[in-house]
Structure formats: structure tokens, C-alpha cells
Design a protein around this ligand. Sequence first.
Ligand code: PHE
Length: 468
Amino acid sequence: MSEKLSIHGQWSSRLIFILAATGSAVGLGNIWKFPYITGENGGGAFVAVYLLCIAAIGVPIMMAEIMLGRRGRQSPINTMTALAREENANLVWSVVGWSGVLAGFFILSYYSVIAGWALAYVLRAASGVFEGIDATGVQEVFNNLVGDPERLLAWHTLFMVMSMTVVARGVRAGLEKAVTYLMPALFLLLIVMVGYAMNTGYFVQGLEFLFEPDIKRVFERCEIVAGMEQCELSGKPVLVALGHAFFTLSLGMGAIMVYGSYMPRKTSIARSALLIAFLDTLVALVAGMAIFPIVFANGLEPGAGPGLIFQTLPIAFGAMPAGQFFGTLFFVLLVFAAWSSAISLIEPAVAWLVENRGMSRIRAAAWIGLTTWVLGLGSIFSFNLWSGDEYKLFEMTFFDLLDYLAANIMLPAGGLLIALFAGWVMSSQSSRAEFAMGGVAYQLWRVLIRFISPLAVVLVFLNAVGII
Ligand code: PHE
């Protein structure tokens, strides 16, 4: 096949692709979401299922997404149409691209609100609010922030403007630069935090919580009712673990596909996918190791919900030497991690608008930013004006519902379709040519993508709705 390039540009090197894809994968999902859902879903058993999902479902699907993107060289919607045409398949497969665009909108709308919390915390850390703070104090700081819709709106707006600015500037100019130094710095800072956690006296308890699987807990959902823990059988934790594997690796919605479409031809897809998944998992586990010892040392609740890291880490910064500096740096880097993920959430939609509507990147980014910003209002209100029971559906706020729908349903469903397309619709000549990898590795991928990944997703879905 002749070398075809994307009209949107190409990463300048193999390393840049890895950095950009890792920048997309590593984000709030690792540092904010992973700890709190692990806390809510009982710890070690949840982590074990999550790791299994990454290895058996996430990595093969990531390889498939990169492969499809690089072969199609267009926005996910047009890539799916072009590849379906190439294989003489039904053009309805473009639905993968459409649902991805929608999921990207949904996710970015609340992602930006949470990234706004991180922005607000930069200011608080820098001005010394956390010096010597205790658990009650930090809860007050957090509640004051999320209880005030106007403040949240200001930060959400700032984060949207930041993200749209980078996206508007385009692949090479905007996206690449943001990730090169900041990701390694964030990782180093997390290691500093683990160092602090080791001195809390609760490090071992934190490790046990994360890594000692109590298998029955993964099929149960527990609640504290009148001081007593009550558990009932539920498929929900497994679905949440699966959904999070997709969320954290940026899979199932076209982000990795569109990044793959800017990937140089010579790069190994398998090696890149393994490396990205490894780095992403490492960051999540290290974040967990930093956070849970602090949770236990301060008698906090692991199941505290979306506020968990915002109610725990400041205690550490308030107590450690040079905590004001480290705290500020940490939240700055968290914002950057969120930023490099946010831009990938809308890249599929922007690329499509440029291809099919002839818009400039700037206009496309502006339109998408505006729509997502409006949707974000619902998540802002979920933490204050609309937090009451009368605004809940299935006991979930608007924010909970959007996250549940996008991460736990749309992403795995998108991933399922991608696996079916790459494994069954696409001829093995096409996929083999694109991967250009050895016999055994290719066969392994093919078994995983045809049988294991789709079956696993279907079983988890059936389990979650109570059929099995
Ligand atoms: N992977 C990102 C994170 O963990 C979130 C994300 C999801 C980004 C889907 C792009 C697509 O924060």
C-alpha cells in the first residue's frame, strides 16, 4: 500500500506518538477516579479484576484501535466508513465513530469540571491554605469549593478554554509540546507522595487494601447502614472495573484511533500498546499507594466518592516539608495530565468537522468547546443545586449518570464493536499487513480480539443486568 498520510498531520517521531497516547491515557482517570472507585468497590478484588481487564481486553483493543486508525488515516467516523468499504462490509460500522464522538462529549463535559477542581486547588496550595490542615479542615475547603456553582463554573470555563486553545492549534503545534516533560515530572511527584505515605504508619494497610483480593467482594456491593456494613450480590463492581479499564486507556471512543491515524508507519503497534498500558497502570497503582495510607492514617472513608483525592492529599502536603511547593506543583501537574487527556477526547469530533464540514480547526474547536461547556453545567449543579434526591435518577446525580453511561456502557460497547470489526470483519491479510508483526504475537492478538475480549465484555454486561 502506498504511504497515505492524514490531512491533519503526523507525529514527528515514534516517541512523540507514545508520549501523546500516554498523555491521553494518563489523566484524572488514574489519579482521581481510580482511587475513589477502588475505595467504593472494596479494594483488592476490584483492582485484580481491573488489572485482568487491562491485560486481556484493554491491550488487544488498544492494538486494534491504533491499527484501524493508522490504516484509515482519518477521523474515526470516516476511518470506519473507509475500512468497512475496503472490506466490502456494511457502512453502518461508522456508528463506532459516532458513538465515540458522543462519548467524548459526555466525558469531557464532566472531566472539565473535575479538572476545574484541580485548578482551584493550585491556587489553594500556593497560598498556603493547606499548611498544617487536618481532615476536618480539608473537608471544609472541599465542600466550600464544590458547594459553590459560580466558582465551579469559573474553573470549568477556564479549563475548557485551555483545552480548546491547544486543540485549535493542531496536532504538531499544540498537542505534542504539552506532554514531553510534564508526564515524567508528574510521575516523580507521585513517588514523592508515596515516600510520604510510607511514613504515615499505615503504608502496609494501604497496600493490603489495594493488593489483597477478597474475591467475594467483587460480586458484592456494600453499604454502611446504621453503622453496620450490609452487602448484597451485584454485578456492578465488575462492570465498573471493566468500564474503568476502557476509560483509563482512552479506549472505545476513537481517541486512540485518531492518534493512531497520525502515527508513522514504521512504529510497532504491539510494543507501543504494551508500553502505554504499562505506564498507565503504573501511574494508577502508584497513585493508589500514595492515597490509601493517608486515608487510613486520618480515619477517612475509602468510599468517600469523587472528592477522595481532594480530601486526602492536601493533608499530606500540609504536613510534609516544603509541602506548599510540592502541593502547588502536584496540582499543576494534575491539571496538565487532565489537559493532555482532554484534548484527545474531542480530537475525533474536531477531525471529523474539518474533514466533512470544511471547518477550520479553530472554528471546530470553538463549536465543540461551547457545546461541551453547556453540558458541563449539569455536572456542576450535581454537586450543589441538584445534589438532592429529587434530582436523582436511579439514585444517581446527573454527573454520576453521565459518567456511568459513558464510561461503563458506551466505552465497553464501542470497544466490543471495534474488537468485532478488527477480528471478524477485517480480513487477516489487512490486519496482518498493518501490524507487520511475527506469527505467534499476531496469532495471540487474533485469538484475544476475536474471542476473549468480545466474550468478556458480553459476559460482564450480562452479569451486570443480572442475567448471569
Ligand atoms: N484516559 C483518560 C484518563 O484516564 C480519560 C480519557 C477517556 C481520555 C477516554 C480520552 C478518552 O483520565
